[in-house]
Design a protein around this ligand. Structure first.
Ligand code: MN
Length: 202
């Protein structure tokens, strides 16, 4: 069994002006495709072949750099495309909205914490919103293509929202202005999808 690059559910230009079409083309068609192909090459014929990506990452030998980098890259980008939508933005409702208020005090307090995590991740990495069993939420960041499913990365739970802060995610449009890209991300977050992921993993 090999992993496949998932198709985007919206056009490359659908997230403009917040995320530009050229960035989406390269990011999905080159970067994510590359992680997917290299993950498949790294696991073919090994004991990991046939396992789900969640199984692979949650029991990962972190010294296996090929699977760590490319398995993380495959999983992280698949989540990233799903939690964005041309009809995104606004605020979360339902149980997720209540859990954000419980965990952070308010939606604005959550945004400040998430933006700080995204802005202060030195170099390449990701900012996350994760849910723990019982429903408690956590915001954190990880370097490179690490993610909270992996052992010992300093944050845990199941990621339900992720923001890619590698320069390849924003440099064409925003150059060095990562804070502007992070601010724009809130306009495309698919809170319905994030809420569904909260409900399924709490
Ligand atoms: Mn990326």
């Amino acid at each position: 069994m090999s992993f496949e690059l998932p198709a985007l559910k919206y056009a490359h230009d659908a997230l403009e002006p917040h995320i530009d079409a050229r960035t989406m083309e390269i990011h999905h068609g080159k970067h994510h495709a590359g992680y997917t192909n290299k993950l498949n090459a790294a696991i073919v014929g090994s004991a990991l072949d046939g396992k789900s990506i969640e199984e692979i990452l949650s029991s990962l030998d972190m010294s296996n750099k090929a699977v760590r980098n490319n398995g993380g890259g495959f999983y992280n980008h698949r989540l990233f495309w799903e939690v964005m939508s041309p009809n995104g933005g606004g605020t979360p409702s339902g149980e997720l909205g209540a859990a954000i208020d419980d965990s952070f005090g308010s939606f604005d307090a959550f945004k400040e914490k998430f933006s700080t995590a995204a802005g202060s991740q030195f170099g390449s990495g990701w900012a996350w919103l994760c849910v723990h069993p019982g429903g408690k939420l956590e915001v954190c960041a990880t370097p490179n293509q690490d993610n909270p499913l992996m052992p010992g990365v300093g944050c845990g739970g199941t990621p339900i929202l992720g923001l890619d802060v590698w320069e390849h995610a924003y440099y064409l449009h925003y150059q060095n202005r990562r804070p502007d890209y992070v601010s724009a991300f809130y306009n495309v977050i698919n809170w319905e999808e994030v809420g569904n992921r909260y409900d399924s993993n709490k």
